[in-house]
Design a protein around this ligand. Structure first.
Ligand SMILES: [Zn+2]
Length: 245
C-alpha cells in the first residue's frame, strides 16, 4: 500500500474531522466536481462517462462509480475501457483514476468503466460490519476505550485501534461479537444519505453514524462476523480486526 493512500484516508465515522487530502501537483483546476455514482447506487458495477482529462497516469471523468478512498475505506480498482485502474483518489471533489496502459480514447469521448465488483462487495460487507462492531465495542466497554485513528477497511477485514485503560479480554470481545451477530441476523435495513450540509449519514436499527463510504443495503448481506484482537499497535492501545464470511 502506498504512503499516499494513508494521507488520503483519515476520516472515519466522524464528519467533524476534516479529510486530509494531498493535492495533485498537476491537477486540472478548471475541472468540475466528479458526479459520485457510488453514492447514488453503491451496487453499480459498470457505468458510462465522459472523459474530462487525461494526464500523466490519471483520468478524470464527469461521473464515476469508483470509490476514491476515504473514511478508512480503501479505493476501488477495476477497468476503464481496456486500461487497468489500480488506484483512485479524490482531491477536493474531483476524482482521479490512475491507470496502467495506453488510452485509446481522447478527452470528450464516452467510455465504459467497470469496478472490480467482487472486491468492492467484500469491502461493503466489511465496512458495514465495522459500524456495528464499533457501536457494540463502545456499548460493552463504555468510557474505558476511545477510538484511535481512522481505521482501515479493505477487502480482507476491518481494522480499528482503540486507546484503552486495560488490555482487552477474550470474554468481552466474544460479547461484542455475539451482540454484533445478533444485530446482523435481524436483517435491519441500512440507509445512507447526504444532508443539506453535504454530510453523509449511515443508519441501521438503533445505530446512527456519519460515513461517506459504500455499504450493503441490509445487515443480512454481511453474514456472520468474526472479531479478533490484532497486533497491539502500541502501549495503551489495542487493535480489533473484523472479518466477514
Ligand atoms: Zn461506513
Amino acid at each position: 500500500m502506498s504512503g499516499g493512500y494513508r494521507a488520503w484516508s483519515k476520516v472515519r465515522d466522524s464528519g467533524s474531522r476534516p479529510e486530509v487530502v494531498r493535492r495533485f501537483k498537476s491537477g486540472p483546476p478548471h475541472c468540475m466536481d466528479t458526479l459520485k455514482l457510488y453514492w447514488q447506487d453503491p451496487y453499480m458495477r459498470a457505468f458510462t462517462a465522459r472523459v474530462i482529462e487525461i494526464k500523466d497516469d490519471y483520468i478524470v471523468l464527469d461521473q464515476t462509480a469508483f470509490y476514491p478512498g476515504g473514511g478508512g475505506q480503501i479505493y476501488d480498482t477495476g477497468r476503464i475501457e481496456d486500461l487497468i485502474i489500480f488506484e483512485v483518489k479524490k482531491d477536493n471533489e474531483i476524482i482521479y483514476h490512475r491507470f496502467k496502459g495506453t488510452p485509446k480514447f481522447s478527452i470528450g469521448d464516452k467510455i465504459k468503466g467497470e469496478i472490480d465488483w467482487e472486491r468492492r462487495y467484500r469491502i461493503m460487507k466489511n465496512h458495514s460490519a465495522s459500524h456495528i462492531v464499533y457501536y457494540f465495542m463502545l456499548k460493552v466497554y463504555g468510557e474505558k476505550i476511545k477510538p484511535y485513528g481512522s481505521g482501515l477497511v479493505d477487502e480482507i477485514k476491518d481494522r480499528q485501534d482503540y486507546i484503552v485503560d486495560d488490555s482487552f479480554d477474550v470474554e468481552k470481545i466474544r460479547d461484542v461479537e455475539n451482540l454484533a451477530n445478533e444485530f446482523i441476523e435481524k436483517g435491519y435495513e441500512i440507509k445512507t444519505w447526504t444532508d443539506e450540509n453535504g454530510i453523509r449519514h449511515w443508519v441501521s436499527g438503533e445505530i446512527s453514524m456519519k460515513c461517506a463510504g459504500t455499504h450493503v443495503k441490509n445487515t443480512k448481506e454481511i453474514g456472520e462476523i468474526k472479531i479478533e484482537r490484532g497486533k497491539k499497535p502500541g502501549r495503551g492501545k489495542e487493535r480489533i480486526e473484523t472479518f466477514t464470511s
